[in-house]
Design a protein around this ligand. Structure first.
Ligand code: PLP
Length: 411
């Protein structure tokens, strides 16, 4: 009889969203007429920018004519998209990234999941806590996480970088040497960012320790403040130590369309077992071409259209829309004395639950008293206990109604 990968048994159940659904359903059973507003999920609600939609329609037409039909495309992405990404997202901002260092994919979730498999089994992994759970679970599956400790809610083999209000949600450098460091900025779930100097400390650490930074920048488009780095490659030396992940999902309403990209600079090297330098880009290219057959031509045409002047203006309008929601939520929470973070350069608001109310108790209070569903912070890691995440991805109307309900509650 075939045996399973034993590490799958070390995965903890996807407790968070199933428990949210369970509590919501139970509440609706008791109160079938409750008009529940969800500010919990990280999915967008606004439709596709017209520039992308019309480029996709034209691309479908291409596919219907023998002269312009496309079958399998290059696994790394069509040049028209790789070049647009390299030029608009990097070179025009003075960042040295070339088109052949850009790998187009069908989502950052896949890329941040798959990247770990090109590193050694004994690589020591560091993650932020709270954290986007995919980084942890994929390393559990790969057998890198060690045993799960129920007392601490942590895997013994993973280095957790705590982000709480005591350190401004900015993790300290690891006390021990780590090989792979997952950093996410703007951060999901805390909505916080790093300054250039803070990011430089990570790049310097990685250079000194031979570590690789896996920099998830899925929410880059939401950065509004001057001076916040948009890319890790704005930091000198980052080409030698960092891989950057970006996605069109939250930027342009592509959560259902599916398109993202990963940047692997040619200067990034790691060691083989004989101590030789190996270019990570070669390994990622090998992996990508072996296991992936490319993003559809239609989708890539849609993504490329986001870099036209119309596309850029439509993205800016989308981001403005969600960030106006974020401001409403942030201002509403603050007006009733709730401590809240994020929401300025990110579509997430991370609030501190009032004294004596933990993440799940706050979830229940909000559901029962305001008919609002959010996400308990503890679901993102032990350091998220006592916090709660709200998202700005709802409609304006629902956001306004939710804020009104929250501010009317007695705090
Ligand atoms: N990275 C972070 C931090 C996210 O929050 C998400 C989605 O919620 C993703 C990656 C996945 O993005 P994609 O839709 O491109 O797979």
């Amino acid at each position: 009889m075939a045996r399973i990968n034993p590490h799958y048994k070390e995965l903890q159940g996807s407790y968070l969203f199933s428990e949210i659904a369970r509590r919501r359903t139970a509440f609706l059973k008791e109160h079938p007429d409750a008009d529940i507003i969800s500010l919990g999920i990280g999915d967008v609600t606004r439709p596709l920018p017209e520039a992308a939609a019309s480029a996709m329609r034209a691309a479908v037409d291409d596919m219907t004519k023998a002269e312009t039909f496309r079958g399998y495309g290059p696994e790394q992405g069509y040049d028209f998209l790789r070049e647009a990404i390299a030029r608009h997202d990097y070179q025009d901002r003075g960042i040295d990234i070339r088109a052949d260092e850009v790998f187009v994919s069908d989502g950052s979730k896949c890329d941040v999941s798959n990247i770990q498999e090109i590193f050694s089994q004994d690589a020591v992994v560091a993650v932020q806590d709270p954290v986007y759970p995919v980084y942890v679970d994929t390393n559990v599956m790969a057998g890198r996480a060690g045993a799960y400790d129920k007392e601490t809610n942590r895997y013994q083999g993973i280095v957790y970088l705590v982000c709480g209000r005591e350190n401004g949600f900015k993790p300290a450098l690891p006390e021990r040497k780590v090989d792979l460091i997952y950093l996410c900025y703007p951060n999901n779930p805390t909505g916080m960012t790093l300054t250039r100097d803070e990011l430089k400390r990570w790049v310097d650490y990685a250079k000194k320790n031979g570590s690789v930074i896996l920099y998830d920048s899925a929410y880059e488009a939401y950065i509004r403040e001057e001076g916040v780095p948009h890319s890790i490659y704005e930091i000198e030396g980052a080409r030698e130590v960092a891989i950057e992940f970006r996605s069109f999902s939250k930027t342009a309403g592509f959560t259902g369309v599916r398109c993202a990209y990963t940047v692997v600079p040619r200067d990034l090297k790691a060691k083989d077992n004989d101590g030789n330098d190996v270019a990570i880009a070669d390994l990622w290219n090998r992996r990508h071409t072996t296991k992936f057959n490319g993003v559809s031509y239609v989708t890539q045409r849609g993504a490329a259209a986001l870099y036209t002047p119309e596309g850029k203006a439509q993205i800016a309008a989308l981001v403005d829309y969600y960030m106006a929601n974020a401001k409403l939520i942030l201002d509403g929470l603050k007006s009733v004395g709730i401590e809240a973070y994020g929401g300025v350069n990110a579509p997430y608001i991370w609030l501190k639950t009032p004294e004596g109310i933990d993440s799940w108790a706050f979830f229940d209070k909000l559901l029962r008293e305001a008919h609002i569903v959010g996400t308990p912070g503890v679901g993102f890691g032990q350091a998220g206990q006592g916090y709660f995440r709200l998202t700005a991805f709802g409609s304006r109307e629902n956001t306004e109604r939710a804020v009104e309900r929250i501010t009317k509650l007695g705090w």
